[in-house]
Design a protein around this ligand. Structure first.
Ligand code: OGA
Ligand code: MN
Length: 287
């Protein structure tokens, strides 16, 4: 029988009593979907699914998005993005250093992905955890004066400037990339398209700035919001076991990968991405 168990008061639901490779009733699906929207991340444990089943299960939550230019798509299942430090024939099979700072995926796109479903296939004995933060809860907890102050503000996000923070292992953007990667702006307070709830969009330990404000005004405000939103009461650290699935709502969550020993240990994660990326800049392999 389906059971929905809150993970903490501030974030997440663990979904129990379900085998994601078996048909799920409409009633159960609706409850699961609602828990995703309401609590921003879902955890499923002990699942054994093939890449095809992974893609199929993702479809319950939206359209599956394929990164068209990624070298880290699974050969047979291009919808699956591989995050791993494993190499084959001297070549990395996946993206090795994704997301080590607080971020939401594709913030540099005009239309970022709606969510992602990450599935653990091999995990290191220590490290390699993933943190999640509920940006709706963070917004709700802001002092009303701050909510008012930020109501109509916009953040400017530069993919060029974010690159060294998000992917310290990758080369600096080329001239061509610099020309292609235009800055995008997003509301600092996002309104969730399904629930109508507000979520703070100040994420990332990356140098975002606020449109129309001077650097002196913008930097302290962004720093305050970034620090405010990752307090323990809004966050949860997922310690992975093989067979775990975490589905996050990228419209209301931030997340952050943690360090593990790449030399001693292997980590292999499969990710599907739920659509939302429609701009031309939505290609590439950035997770
Ligand atoms: C991602 C991501 C974190 C991790 O897949 O978008 O940031 O712990 N992953 O692998
Ligand atoms: Mn990410």
């Amino acid at each position: 029988m389906l059971e929905l168990v809150p993970i903490t008061e501030g974030i997440g639901t663990e979904v129990r009593g379900i085998d994601v490779t078996r048909p799920v009733s409409d009633v159960d699906l609706e409850r699961i979907y609602q828990a995703w929207i309401d609590t921003t991340i879902l955890v499923f444990r002990g699942q054994d699914m093939t890449p095809t089943q992974h893609v199929e299960f993702t479809r319950h939550f939206g359209e599956v998005f394929t990164y068209t230019r990624s070298q880290f798509n699974d050969d047979e299942h291009p919808e699956i993005l591989i995050l791993s430090n494993i190499t084959r024939d001297g070549k990395p099979i996946g993206s090795a250093y994704s997301g080590r700072v607080w971020h939401s995926d594709g913030a540099y796109l005009t239309d970022p992905p709606v969510g992602s479903m990450l599935y653990a296939r091999e995990v290191p004995p220590e490290g390699g955890d993933t943190w999640y933060g509920n940006m709706m809860a963070a917004y709700d907890a802001l002092p009303p004066a701050v909510q008012e102050r930020i109501a109509d503000l916009k953040v400017v996000i530069s993919r060029v400037q974010s690159r060294p923070y998000n992917y310290p292992d990758r080369p600096a953007p080329t001239e061509k990339e610099r020309a292609e990667w235009v800055d995008v702006t997003h509301p600092l307070v996002r309104v969730h398209e399904v629930s109508g709830r507000k979520a703070l969009y100040a994420g990332g330990n990356v140098p975002w700035r606020i449109e129309g404000l001077s650097e002196d005004e913008s930097a302290p405000l962004i720093t305050f919001l970034q620090e405010f939103s990752v307090q323990p009461r809004f966050t949860y650290c997922h310690r992975w076991s093989v067979g775990d699935i975490v589905l996050w709502d990228n419209r209301s969550a931030m997340h952050r990968a943690t360090y593990y020993d790449h030399v001693k240990h292997r980590r292999l994660m499969h990710r599907t991405t739920i659509s939302g990326v429609r701009s031309a800049a939505g290609t590439g392999s950035e997770a």
